[in-house]
Design a protein around this ligand. Structure first.
Ligand code: ADP
Ligand code: ADP
Length: 228
């Protein structure tokens, strides 16, 4: 787990217009921070800058106090949980979770892999589903498999990019509850991007509101509710 510090982050794409404009946010160790705002406000760009998929034009990004602007995504060890979960349909749940460990060839013994997969699947309540394939799982279970992958890697933080936006309203509600509970249980630092006000107000410890690339306000849901 880790803190994430964004100091005056700026992102200019080729057209020179700042998609992210002087954003400073401190995400505490274990905090669940929501990034919310209308389409085009710079949420995804900011998330991609943090994970290392987008160069930082100016400003500093720190993980646990260490500047990581030039570090490769892999070295930052943050785990992106995508909308479509990016699971391998032909692999079992077990093998999907074990995948990042097998990628690090030779680094983990079979015994270590097995321990890590068991540990993650117990945390995520997936231990009864290890031999199933993703196609036979519910949306919630698939989401948990994706998170299991992040857990076995000992990722410093989870980054969610609108993970629920393709789901119908009912499932979205269930998943919202599930993600909130999981995050509290795991206590892992999380950045969660959404344009959905309900998600923003129910999920996180704090909500950062972006508008046209700028941080408009940052506060707990309660503080936001109580504003005139
Ligand atoms: P959001 O995630 O809030 O919808 P984005 O971060 O995707 O916003 O986009 C922020 C701004 O940056 C928008 O004006 C968008 O058009 C622009 N933008 C995003 N990606 C690129 C890109 N690869 N090249 C140029 N402009 C981009
Ligand atoms: P059992 O029926 O005794 O649970 P399994 O065949 O399920 O036996 O598992 C045997 C060993 O292989 C256990 O250590 C288990 O954790 C591990 N294992 C289970 N499924 C897989 C898998 N798909 N790939 C690799 N190892 C697995």
């Amino acid at each position: 787990m880790a803190s994430i510090t964004m100091n005056n982050l700026v992102k200019k794409y080729d057209d020179g217009f700042p998609a992210v404009n002087d954003v400073s946010i401190d995400v505490a160790d274990g905090e669940f921070l929501i990034l919310v705002g209308p389409s085009g406000c710079g949420k995804s760009t900011l998330l991609r800058m943090v994970v290392g998929l987008e160069d930082i034009t100016s400003g500093d990004l720190l993980i646990d106090g260490e500047r990581v602007n030039e570090k490769e995504p892999r070295q930052r060890n943050l785990s992106m949980v995508f909308q479509n979960y990016a699971l391998y349909p032909f692999l079992t749940v077990y093998e999907n979770i074990a995948f990042p460990l097998r990628l690090a060839k030779g680094k983990f013994s079979e015994k270590e892999i097995d321990e890590k997969v068991r540990h993650a699947s117990e945390l995520l309540d997936l231990d009864d589903h290890l031999e199933r394939k993703p196609g036979n799982l519910s949306g919630g279970q698939r989401q948990r498999v994706a998170m299991g992958r992040a857990i076995v890697r000992d990722a410093e933080a989870f980054l969610f990019d609108e993970p629920l936006s393709n789901l119908d309203a009912k499932l979205r509600g269930q998943m919202r509850t599930e993600i909130a509970q999981l995050q509290r249980r795991l206590g892992i630092t999380s950045l969660y991007v959404t344009h959905d006000q309900t998600e923003a107000m129910t999920l996180g410890d704090r909500v950062a509101v972006l508008k046209k690339g700028r941080l408009q306000q940052i506060a707990s849901p309660r503080e936001l509710y109580e504003q005139p």
